[in-house]
Design a protein around this ligand. Sequence first.
Ligand SMILES: Cc1cc2nc3c(=O)[nH]c(=O)nc-3n(C[C@H](O)[C@H](O)[C@H](O)COP(=O)(O)OP(=O)(O)OC[C@H]3O[C@@H](n4cnc5c(N)ncnc54)[C@H](O)[C@@H]3O)c2cc1C
Length: 417
Amino acid sequence: MNNGHRSPNTPSKMEVFDYLIVGAGFAGSVLAERLARGSGKHVLLVDRRPHFGGNAYDHYDDSGILVHKYGPHIFHTNSKEVFDYLSRFTEWRQYQHKVLASVDGQLLPIPINLDTINRLYGLSLNSFQMEEFLAGRAEHRDPVRTSEDVVVNKVGRELYEKFFRGYTRKQWGLDPSDLDAQVTARVPTRTNRDDRYFTDAYQAMPKQGFTRLFSNMLDHPNIGLLLNADYREVRNIIPYRELIYTGPVDEFFDFRFGKLPYRCLEFKHETLNKPLHQPVAVINYPNDCAFTRVTEFKHLTGQEHPKTSIVYEYPLADGDPYYPIPRGENAELYRKYQELADQAGVHFVGRLATYKYYNMDQVVAQALTLYARLCKLNRAEATDRYIEPPLRTVTFPAKTKRGRSLSSRRRALLPQE
Ligand SMILES: Cc1cc2nc3c(=O)[nH]c(=O)nc-3n(C[C@H](O)[C@H](O)[C@H](O)COP(=O)(O)OP(=O)(O)OC[C@H]3O[C@@H](n4cnc5c(N)ncnc54)[C@H](O)[C@@H]3O)c2cc1C
């Protein structure tokens, strides 16, 4: 199958990739790794960015500090399978993520816990008293339909206004009363003093960063990598049998039913001439400032350095697609694209291709599921299979529409004759 994209100009001697994979984030990279290392397939991984790793890409900035280009990425999962699989490509640094919120001139733990309430109101409640305190303020909502309903139903209007409303309005450009319940349902309220942001069984950061993890994952002779190349630019000159697509699904179909709405972000990176800037990795600013949060990377990476690098996140209406906006009408629009996708003979996987607000571990699991299906394997076989391939390296001969030689960008590895 080549989905009608094979060009008549394809040189007759050019060999055919088993899979063309669009997007070198977690979805595309896991599939490239598994298809190559697990099933001996020959794959070409294409990304329009100048790097692999997708949104999880990290790099050393001009001062030599490891930063996450597209905002902080913290690995957490309850899936042993996903954790064990990724552990083949990295060692881990144990890390428990903590977040503070700047509210009424104080930095207070978020998710809301016993300390948050005691410090905000100058009280010394115990856990039982906090339960009573919240019960006395909660406004019963039935049904719980929107993000506002979720929070007001649990903690009442005042805490909702202080911690959630402003943040959500900035983040999504919508009032919580206009957003599906799932957005704020992700954030718990605790009556104990647990100040961890996540409570998953596995929480850790790749010891040498995400990009190194990806580099180890993709270091296989059956995987060709083509960066700075948009799928639309190369689809007619790369011969392939099957297509795996991890980019935006609406873009794939030329926005036939209109654009799927995304929330975008601008990242403002800064390096400060001091060893530390803030007490924890992330501080949320629910009410003041145009940015939503500030991240200091050294807390995530454990790097020692006389300077420190931070990033401010400014939510925007336009730009690169980051967060699918969870509203009923958007889900409806996605369903129309999904119907097209189901008939396209293409495998759509990942956050953009399935228009879902997925974390990294969920995308890894989704990619492993697709791999198992493609190669007709059970789940254990899908993660464990390993095949040693015989290979040779050649220079890719094709030219792009603009006449640039692909080989000048990146050598691709082609199957043996
Ligand atoms: C600000 C932010 C913070 C996050 N924090 C966390 C976190 O702390 N923990 C967590 O688990 N998850 C987090 N996530 C989610 C995480 O980024 C995603 O789950 C994960 O990156 C999704 O991987 P993916 O491969 O589906 O998509 P992506 O990483 O987006 O990769 C898709 C790739 O496809 C490429 N592409 C798209 N279209 C084309 C095309 N036409 N041609 C060629 N290439 C194309 C893109 O350039 C991109 O590199 C965060 C996301 C954001 C935006």
